[in-house]
Design a protein around this ligand. Structure first.
Ligand code: APR
Length: 231
């Protein structure tokens, strides 16, 4: 029998209980910085040191955190479903938990790329990217992150995955950043949809949607068990 496909869209909230700060919550990362100050092409041109430092700190922290029960539950789901994860997160906690199919919409902290050739992407050794670190073509390396105002190259495969979902699960995202926030509208009307977020809005008009206002670490394992039992 063919496995049903579950597509997951995750955001910063799934990693919150691992100790990774979200962007927009109280105490979120964007409380300390103006977004344009660190996550834009202008910032890179005007204040490269700050941008490098910001992502170096994020990258360094990756070595101090671990996946949590929400990440692991999605791995268990693979025994019974074709699980495809679309994540807005630039951490590697889905991969470290053991998920097989992870599409990073907004890039990856552990990767860096050339500023002259966007196809020249490589893994960074360690956590620190410095001014003067160059790609093989001799230009400065930059974080492999999709900044505000930049294109989201993976949005087309992500939309295709969303169209093909039998079940769609959204976890821990404020759904304020497009195009990611629009993916749920590609999902078939009849497909069951779940939204797990303690601060989820009630005024979300999507067919067949169940909103679960709880933290990911406790509610994702429960939802996963229910989906496996109901299979
Ligand atoms: N479990 C589930 N959800 C949680 C938890 C938790 N333990 N803690 C917080 N949340 C929720 C918050 O309620 C919020 O809705 O996670 C969401 C985090 O929202 P944002 O900080 O806006 O993060 P995200 O939606 O991933 O941001 C999208 O914006 O800054 C850019 O590129 C960056 O990928 C990021 C994008």
């Amino acid at each position: 029998m063919e496995m049903k496909r579950i597509v997951v869209l995750s955001g910063a909230g799934i990693s919150a209980e691992s100790g990774v700060r979200t962007f927009r919550d109280n105490n979120g990362l964007w409380n300390n910085y103006r977004i344009e100050e660190v996550a834009s092409p202008q910032a890179w041109l005007n204040n490269m040191d700050l941008v490098l430092e910001f992502y170096n700190q994020r990258r360094k922290q990756l070595y101090e955190v671990e996946p949590n029960p929400a990440h692991y539950a999605l791995v268990d789901l693979e025994q019974h479903f074709d699980v495809q994860i679309i994540t807005q997160n630039v951490d590697d906690l889905h991969e470290r938990a053991g998920s097989s199919n992870v599409l990073h919409l907004h890039g990856e902290l552990k990767k860096v790329r050339s500023t002259v050739d966007p196809d020249l992407v490589c893994e960074l050794d360690g956590w620190e990217l410095k001014k003067g670190d160059q790609c093989e073509k001799g230009s400065q390396l930059r974080p492999h992150i999709v900044w505000f105002g930049e294109a989201v190259p993976e949005i087309i495969p992500a939309a295709e995955l969303s169209v093909s979902a039998d079940i769609f699960i959204v976890i821990g995202t404020s759904l304020l950043v497009y195009p990611a926030a629009g993916l749920i509208h590609y999902v078939a009307e009849g497909a069951p949809k779940y939204l797990i977020d303690p601060n989820a809005s009630d005024s979300f008009s999507v067919s067949n949607l169940k909103v679960i206002k709880e933290k990911a670490g406790t509610s994702v394992p429960v939802l996963v068990q229910n989906l496996i039992n109901a299979r």
